[in-house]
Every structure is written in C-alpha cells, then in structure tokens.
Ligand binder design. Structure first.
Ligand code: HEM
Ligand SMILES: *[C@@H]1O[C@H](CO)[C@@H](O)[C@H](O)[C@H]1NC(C)=O
Ligand SMILES: *[C@@H]1O[C@H](CO)[C@@H](O)[C@H](O)[C@H]1NC(C)=O
Length: 489
C-alpha cells in the first residue's frame, strides 16, 4: 500500500517535471510558469492589459509569458520594436500557425499566412492591384467621395437630431473596400452588409478575447462546443457570401478586362495555370475576406474615435474647420493632395490614430529562425506580441504622450512632422498593406464631413468615456452625436 502511494507520488512529480514549461537559455525573463497552465493565472482573461503593464514594470521592455505550455515574447518600446520588426524584419515576419485565429481562416489569405512564397506573392499582388485600381490616382478618391455622399445623405436626414454613428461608419468603410474587391456597394439597410459587418465586429472581439486565449493555451479544449465556435460560424457565413460573389464574377467577367480585385485575381490564375502556383480559388475567397475585414473595422473605429475627440474638444474641431474653409475655398470637394496645405488637419488625423491605438497588439508575429533581440536569444517559432500601444504613448517620444493633443505632430513653426514612433500600421515587411487606402479614407471622410457639419456632444450624454472596448481592434464605447449644418462655406 505504502509503496504504491509512493510510486504514484513519484509518477506525479515526474509528470509535472516533464510538463513544466521551461524558458530556453538566455530567453527574455518573465514570471515562473506553472506546469500545463503556464502563466495563465497571472493574467485576467477579460482584459489582461493591466497585468501586462505590471509584467513590463518587473521584467523590462522585452519579456516572456507562457500561454499554457507555449512561450510568447512581448515587445515594448520603440527601440526593441524597431530592432525586431524593422532591422531584423524577416526574422520576425512569420505568423503563428497554431492559434485560434489561424484556424478561423484555415491558413488561407494573407493576414495570417506564414512568411513564405504564398504570402510574398499575394502581398505583392494586393499592393499592385490596389495601386492599379486608383490608389494615388483619382479613381480611388472618386470612389471614396462617392461613399461619402451616402454618409452626407444619412447625416442630412438627422440635422438637429442625435444619432448613433457606429453602424454608419462601419458600413461606409466596408463599402469602400467592397468596391475595390467586388466592384459594388450595398445600401446601408442591405442584408449582405448587415451580416458582414456583424461578423467582422464580433470576430474582432472574439479573436483575442478570453475564449480565444484559452483556446490558444489548451489545445485539449479545442473540439468542445465553447463560445469560440461562434467565430468559426461567422467565418463560414462570410465565406459563403464571398464564394457567391466570386462565382458571379466567374460568370460575368471578360478575361483581360478586370473590373475589380476579384477579376484581377482570376486573370492572374489564368496566367499561372501550371502546378505549384500559390494562386487558387480557395485562396481568393479567403483573401478577399481578409482584405474586407482588415479594411472595415480598423478604419471605422479610427473614424469613430476621431469624432469622439472632435466633439469633446470643440476648439480643436473649430480650428480644423477654419483650416479646411481656407484651403478649400471655392473648391467643390477636397482632394487627397490638399493635405499638403493642411498641417493642422494632418496633425489632428495622426493624433486621432495615435490615441485610437486601433490595433494595440498588432497582429501576432512569429520568429522564422533562431534570432536575437536586445541581447536575448529567441528560438525559431516563438510567438511574438508587438505592443504597438507601448510605442504610440511612449514617454520621451512625444511632447504629450498621455493626452489628446495635435501638438504631438506639429513643430514650433506649426508645420506637420511625423515622429518615428508613429506606427499604428506597424512597420517592416509585415506592415499594413492598406495604409495608403486607409490614410486616404481618413483624410477625405473627416475633411468633407467637418466642412459641412458641426458635430456636438449631446448635452444629456454625460461625461465622455474615452476607455475603449478591448479586442484585436479597440472600439470606442458606443456614443451619440448631434449634427448641425454649418453656415454655407
Ligand atoms: C486605420 C486603418 C488601419 C490600421 C490602423 C491598420 C493596422 C494594421 C496593423 C497594425 C497590421 C499588422 C501589421 C503587422 O503584422 O506587423 C495590419 C495588417 C494588415 N492590414 Fe491594416 N490597418 C488599417 C487599414 C487597412 C485597410 C484599409 C486594409 C485593406 C486594404 C488593410 C489591410 C491589411 C492587411 C492585408 C494586413 C496584413 C499584412 C500582412 O500580413 O502582410 N488594413 N494593419
Ligand atoms: C502594452 O503597453 C501599454 C502601454 O505601455 C501597456 O499598458 C500594456 O499593458 C502593454 N501590453 C502588453 C501586452 O505588454
Ligand atoms: C494552423 O496551421 C497549421 C499549419 O499551416 C496547421 O497544421 C494547423 O492544424 C492549423 N490549426 C491549428 C489549430 O493548429
């Protein structure tokens, strides 16, 4: 009896020692992990930001945590960030392939594709296609202005009233990228756009919420019917819609005369008939969804943050409007080039992006080979969490890191300057490939709407709550805005 208990005890100790997650040699420091659980008990699953802040204080700008048995390295501050994702860009340009979000996309598309030929070819293809469809040329500006007209129509119906702007801006951002991808837009009441926007916003919250973190940490629970299954259902729903659109294109396209991104992709597939091509129809549907998703929630949440601050800092809104009136005097509409004459507006938009901190932990990276960072050794395949927040509000990089203040982007002469620590789109080889489009949208939408309307924080709305809702993308808490028409310019 005693012997068997002793034996059992020894077995348990042996298993625990075997399972104990250990840091590799010269690995970034962090809290001691428990067997199997790792550091999961050190973190609040609802909103781990405070816990991370504490860890950074104890262990420095580059530290590690164990999500279950898996080690992750968190990177904070401009210096370490630049060394990793820029200077050693290709070492850090992988994407983890065993996480929740990987499974939602079935490894297709570009956002979550691992560093390699398929990702490279698809990234290059997207950049080129976006450019050919008018990025930098007028047609993209025209498309954005076209969508803005629908926003204006919606706002004009609400003059003097209070509205909730969330869905409207999500829809507008969705439509702009949708036109590039599929060559069409949807009325704001359309079922398609309602479903798409709903799926996108839900998944942006699920993807790094508590259930996803548990999913990542404990593979054993993956097949259980837990809330993360909702995300898989959402992707399936969207995929069905995308497949329909692609089929429609296949029936109506004229090869060699592309109307939109999908047509370009189908042309490219025709050209690459031989085996081994990374271009395929299954890739196309996921890819289109990737771009649609990446271009919707990000842009709209940035705009929503913009209006939250512009309403509650009315003197900043007025100064923008003054500059807009002066520069656009006599012009029917703003063009993207007008930004060069609007240093204040430029500063405000960049400050909105800095404060909005729309993608706080970027998209997780993964090392592609054994490498070093700030003197630490990091083996190949380590999960990397780039903390963009820590750069966007780093002490010493900004005049006023902790307040909403356009002076962060203005020099003493009032000219627009962009500090190196401005990286809401990340940096290096994985940097957001929609930056050009996003910046054009932010400028044209904000300038056009501010020129025409005055946005007022409703008297009965109480104190504004600037704390965003946590997720892959940060979302301002829902709010209302009151709209007035400005005097004719
Ligand atoms: C204000 C708007 C936006 C912000 C703040 C933003 C931010 C980001 C960030 C932080 C990343 C991760 C980069 C990394 O892994 O290091 C990213 C990736 C990406 N973004 Fe954006 N983005 C925005 C708009 C857009 C738009 C409009 C598009 C669509 C054309 C887009 C398409 C993508 C794609 C495809 C990736 C993945 C790139 C890759 O893995 O190679 N984004 N974005
Ligand atoms: C990222 O940095 C911000 C600001 O320094 C901090 O509050 C947050 O906890 C950090 N997140 C992680 C994951 O380290
Ligand atoms: C993620 O991708 C990898 C490789 O591409 C695949 O083997 C794996 O099954 C995927 N999903 C999960 C949950 O690991």
């Amino acid at each position: 009896m005693f012997a068997s208990i002793l034996l059992l005890g020894l077995c348990v100790v042996f298993i625990i020692v075997q399972l104990k997650s250990r840091r590799p040699k010269n690995f970034p420091p962090g809290p001691a992990p428990l067997p199997i659980l790792g550091n999961i008990l050190h973190l609040s699953l609802e909103n781990p930001l405070k816990d991370f802040e504490r860890l950074r204080k104890s262990y420095g700008n580059v530290y590690s945590v164990f999500l279950g048995p898996k080690a992750a390295v968190v990177i904070n501050g401009l210096k370490a960030m630049k060394e990793a994702i820029v200077t050693k860009g290709s070492d850090f340009a992988g994407r983890p392939q065993d996480l929740f979000i990987n499974e939602t996309t079935r490894r297709k598309g570009v956002i979550l594709a691992d560093y390699g030929t398929s990702w490279k070819e698809h990234r290059r293809f997207a950049l080129m296609t976006l450019k050919n469809f008018g990025l930098g040329k007028n047609s993209m500006e025209e498309r954005i202005h076209g969508e803005i007209q629908y926003i204006i129509d919606a706002l004009e119906k609400s003059i003097g009233q209070t509205i909730s702007p969330q869905l409207m801006f999500h829809n507008a951002a969705s439509n702009i990228i949708c036109q590039v991808l599929f060559g069409k837009r949807y009325e704001y009441e359309d079922e398609f756009i309602k479903v798409i926007v709903q799926c996108f916003t839900e998944n942006a919250k699920i993807a790094n919420g508590p259930w996803a973190m548990l999913y990542d940490s404990f593979p054993i629970i993956r097949s259980l019917p837990l809330p993360f299954n909702k995300a898989f259902k959402n992707v399936e729903t969207c995929q069905k819609l995308a497949i329909n659109l692609v089929n429609e294109h296949k029936n109506t396209r004229v090869p060699g005369e592309p109307r939109d991104f999908v047509d370009c992709y189908l042309d490219r597939m025709d050209k690459e008939k031989e085996d081994g091509s990374t271009f395929s129809e299954a890739q196309l549907t996921m890819y289109a969804l990737d771009l649609h998703f990446a271009g919707t929630d990000t842009t709209s949440n940035t705009i929503l943050t913009g209006f939250l601050y512009l309403m509650t800092y009315p003197h900043i809104q007025e100064r923008c409007q003054q500059e807009i009136d002066e520069v656009l005097e006599g012009k029917a509409q703003a063009s993207f080039d007008d930004r060069l004459n609007m240093p204040y507006m430029q500063a405000v938009i960049h400050e909105v992006q800095r404060i909005a901190n729309t993608v706080p932990l970027s998209v997780f990276h993964c090392t592609t080979k054994d490498t070093e960072l700030m003197g630490y050794s990091i083996p190949r395949g380590t999960l990397i969490i780039p903390n963009l927040t820590s750069v966007l509000n780093e002490e010493g990089q900004w005049k006023a890191p902790n307040e909403f203040n356009p002076e962060n982007f203005l020099n003493d002469q009032g000219a627009f300057v962009k500090p190196e620590a401005f990286m809401p789109f990340s940096a290096g080889p994985r940097m957001c490939l929609g930056e050009g489009l996003a910046r054009m949208e932010l400028f044209l939408i904000l300038v056009t709407l501010l020129r025409k309307f005055k946005f007022i924080w409703p008297e009965d709305a109480g104190e504004p709550d600037y704390n965003p809702v946590y997720g892959v993308t940060l979302t301002p808490k829902p709010y209302h805005m009151k709209i007035q028409l400005r005097a004719a310019q």
